[in-house]
Structure formats: C-alpha cells, structure tokens
Design a protein. Structure first.
Length: 157
C-alpha cells in the first residue's frame, strides 16, 4: 500500500465524511441526549493518554490538571497553538483553545444541524478528568472567532 500524500488526504477526507455522517445521524435521532456518547469518548481518550503517552493525573487543583491534559493536545497532537484555563468563580472552568485544528470539523457539525458539538476530544477528555475528580459539570462549547478556536465552559451542576 502506498503512502503518497493524495492517498493520505483522501483517507482523511473519507474518515471525516464518515464521522460527520455518524454524528449527524446520532444527533438527528437523539438530539441533546447524544452527549451520552461524550463520556465514553472522553474516557477512552483519557485512558489512551495515560497508557500510551504517560499522562499522570497528579494533584488536587483541577485547573492545573486540565492544563496538563490540554498540553498533551498541543504537544502530542498539534491540536492548538495555545490553550488557556481560567476560572472566574468556584465551580467553573473555561478552556480557551487558540488556533484549533478541529475548527473546520466543528463548523461542519454545526452546518449539519448539530446544535451542540458533542464529539470534541478536548471537551470530552477534560470532562472525563473532571468526573474522575468527582466533579459533576455541565459542558458547553462555543466558537471563538477571534482566537480561531473554541471556548469550552465547564460549570458545576
């Protein structure tokens, strides 16, 4: 099998189309309850990071731990140029992802009628970590045009 750049690009395009069709079908069938799929996605991604990338979740400060996970998305996957974690009040974390590589896919999801993108790997992995720390959080993802990225808000339920 060849690895010429055209084949790689075509495989990536086919994978994107397949994932988009699956996500749209799930959303059309389940609506907002499609977020039930977010937990397993985040759990599997976090598990992979811990096993294969030697991510260690150490400490008690959720903001620091969130930053550690986000740094993996920058360093190992090249998902963003910068990710900032902030908290303006107790029980709330904001994850600002600048120059997000998944932004085109997020726009595709929104254009397909998915009101709330439930497949975002950063959001789902951060949510999985917060659950491990026994936080019950509501998640919300918004486009951040100025930063060419996304902003994810986690608010304690």
């Amino acid at each position: 099998m060849t690895t010429n750049p055209q084949h790689i690009e075509n495989r990536n395009r086919l994978n994107t189309i397949t994932l988009l069709a699956l996500a749209t079908s799930v959303w059309d069938t389940l609506g907002r309850t499609a977020f039930a799929f977010s937990a397993p996605i985040g759990n599997h991604t976090l598990w992979m990071m811990e096993r294969e990338l030697d991510l260690e979740i150490i400490g008690e400060d959720p903001g620091e731990i969130l930053m550690g996970i986000c740094q993996v998305f920058i360093d190992e996957f090249g998902f963003a140029s910068e990710i900032e974690i902030s908290s303006d009040r107790e029980g709330h974390f904001q994850v600002s992802v600048r120059d997000y590589e998944g932004l085109t896919f997020i726009h595709m999801l929104l254009s397909s009628g998915i009101e709330k993108p439930f497949l975002d790997p950063i959001m789902n992995t951060c949510q999985a970590m917060l659950r491990q720390m026994e936080f019950r959080m509501h998640q919300d993802l918004q486009i951040w045009e100025e930063g060419n990225g996304i902003i994810i808000n986690f608010t304690e339920v």
